[in-house]
Design a protein around this ligand. Structure first.
Ligand code: ADP
Length: 186
């Protein structure tokens, strides 16, 4: 399995090919839908592996707070996952790039990072938000994700020990690897 590691302001930034449900970090991010129901893709896998503790906590938040707006994030227990918590965020659906998709995707990443820091969590793993069912082109999503995380780490040095991107496919891993070369020096 592919793996790459860099350092940003004292935080490890890791790219790895793998399964988000297997990550031994304090919190994994779920590419959720606004109703916080299991659905397919990453979300189905996280709810399946996490079990009822995840699905029931998500359902309770949905009842109490209504649908989760695009770009926002909420936290539930991780249930049977190795991760103690799941941070659920809703990425934008791709409509061609003219409907604020990059800003909304960046907001989703920032919301997760801020929520993790607010809860004192030190290690966080992201999936490739919006690039599956929501149709966001991977190269562009990778650049937004890496730029947003890099900027957050520069603004919040020392707050996180590790931010990990877990890419399901080898081609997504390579897209992130290439995007990091474009983004890192900027
Ligand atoms: P969205 O609805 O935000 O587009 P998806 O769950 O449909 O989210 O897909 C996001 C990305 O996550 C896709 O690249 C998909 O291949 C990948 N993915 C699916 N299952 C997993 C998993 N178990 N671990 C990591 N990534 C996964």
């Amino acid at each position: 399995m592919e793996r790459f590691e860099a350092e940003v302001e004292g935080t490890r930034l890791v790219l790895v090919q793998g399964d988000i449900t297997r990550q031994e970090v304090e919190a994994v991010v779920n590419a959720a839908n606004p109703d916080l129901t299991p659905g397919g893709g990453v979300s189905g896998a996280i709810h399946r592996a996490g079990g009822p503790a995840v699905t029931e906590a998500a359902a309770r938040l949905r009842r109490e707070r209504g649908p989760l707006p695009t770009g926002e994030a909420v936290l539930t227990p991780g249930g049977n996952l190795p991760a103690k918590y799941v941070i659920h965020t809703v990425g934008p659906v791709w409509h061609g790039g003219t409907q604020g998709e990059p800003e909304l995707l960046a907001k989703a990443y920032r919301s997760c990072l801020s929520l993790a820091v607010a809860h004192g969590l030190r290690t966080l793993a992201f999936p490739n938000i919006s690039t599956g069912a929501y149709g966001y082109p991977v190269d562009r999503a990778a650049e937004v994700a890496l730029r947003t995380v890099r900027d957050f780490l520069r603004e919040n040095p020392g707050k996180l020990a590790e931010v990990r991107f877990v890419l399901f496919s080898a081609s997504d891993f390579q897209a992130y690897r290439a995007a990091w070369e474009r983004v890192k020096g900027l």
